[in-house]
Design a protein around this ligand. Structure first.
Ligand code: FMN
Length: 350
């Protein structure tokens, strides 16, 4: 296969959103051609028992998930499997289709292996996502990330989340509540105890699948603990930490809008994850996301209490071999430390 270095040079010739659309076109269409799909799976999908886990009532063949935002409309589920991911989180989807914020709204910081985005939940809406998901028969668990439309008033937000949970609960393996994106005005204000209490109270009455909460990288530690405590008390099955950050000091040339992801958020994101894990490991399921680039990052987060991890930005910079590289190395790290399966390593440092 062609080295990613060359594909990346070509893709990076285009502005980032165009490059994303080109990649989406090829990934989606390659995954429909069986011999190509089989070739990719053979090359990139690591199927080793030591990294299998049964959690959230399903089996994850490996702990690396595609983070929300890459596959907004669920067009690349099979492609995600083909690239070696153990699961995917599609969306964030809103009830109505929306265009998102004005372009340009996605920026590369190549030297820092980071991105800044102000997409604003551009997506084709809940009906389209449902239609796409129903078409796919895939081998990896699917999470659906849900959010509110930009024009929805805060007082109507909970109804929108409940509507989406009801719509998708039988079509996926888990639902992720996104109230942590910095790109929808006032969305992060919903990260408060009373909203979360009402949301989960109503959600568990209708949900047939686990509902997870994704938190912002910028929420302060005390508030994060209180928020997660409330969510778990009222039926939340897991915490995903973290979304992007608006800490613009992390990049020399940062824009003054949008959220930063990638290598520069590694420490910040892990620190909040670790704080959450200290409090909730063993009490709920934890997913770590933010700045993960290699197997050492993954192993560190697993030992801190993460059952699963997710990546987005490092896929852009490292290319399709990233899951294979991480999973191959992870198997070695687990064996070296005498673990027979990944679940023994989860929270080993707690
Ligand atoms: C272009 C872009 C779009 C994103 N869109 C979403 C989204 O729709 N929903 C969401 O929960 N997170 C979204 N994220 C955040 C990622 O899911 C992830 O939490 C964040 O990028 C940190 O992980 P990373 O450092 O591996 O990229 C987006 C990130 C990027 C770069």
């Amino acid at each position: 296969m062609i080295k990613y270095k060359y594909i990346k040079n070509l893709l990076f010739f285009f502005e980032p959103e165009t490059a994303h659309n080109i990649a989406e076109f090829f990934l989606e269409n390659f995954s429909k051609i069986k011999p190509i799909k089989d070739l990719f799976i053979k090359k990139y999908f690591i199927d080793k028992k030591i990294i299998n886990q049964t959690i959230l009532n399903t089996t994850f063949k490996n702990p690396i998930g595609l983070a929300a935002g890459f596959d907004k409309n669920a067009t690349m589920i099979d492609a995600t499997y083909m690239l070696g991911f153990g699961y995917t989180e599609v969306g964030t989807v809103t009830i109505k289709a929306q265009k998102g914020n004005e372009k340009p709204r996605l920026f590369r910081f190549e030297k820092e292996k980071s991105l800044q985005n102000a997409m604003g939940f551009n997506n084709q809406g809940a009906d389209k996502l449902l239609e796409n998901i129903k078409k796919i028969k895939t081998n990896i668990p699917i999470g659906i990330s849900i959010g509110k439309n930009k024009t929805t008033k805060e007082s109507d937000a909970v109804d929108e989340y409940i509507y989406l949970i009801d719509k998708f609960t039988n079509e996926c393996d888990y639902i992720a509540i996104n109230i942590s994106s910095p790109n929808t005005p006032n969305l992060r204000d919903l990260q408060n105890k009373s909203f979360v209490k009402e949301l989960f109270n109503r959600a568990i009455a209708i949900a047939t699948k686990p509902i997870l909460l994704k938190v912002s990288a910028d929420i302060n530690k005390t508030n994060a603990i209180e928020l997660c405590k409330t969510a778990i008390k009222y039926g939340c099955s897991g915490i995903i930490a973290t979304n992007t950050t608006i800490d613009y000091n992390l990049l020399d040339e940062a824009k003054d809008f949008g959220g930063i992801s990638g290598e520069v958020i590694k420490e910040k994101s892990f620190e909040l994850f670790d704080t959450i894990a200290q409090e909730f490991f063993g009490k709920t399921m934890l997913i770590s996301v933010g700045g993960i680039t290699d197997a050492n990052d993954v192993y560190k987060r697993i030992k801190a209490g993460a059952n699963l991890v997710q990546i987005y930005t490092s896929l852009i910079y490292e290319g399709p071999q990233i899951c294979k590289n991480i999973n191959t190395e992870l198997v070695k790290l687990l064996k070296k430390d005498g673990f027979d399966c990944i679940s023994e390593a989860v929270g080993a440092n707690r």
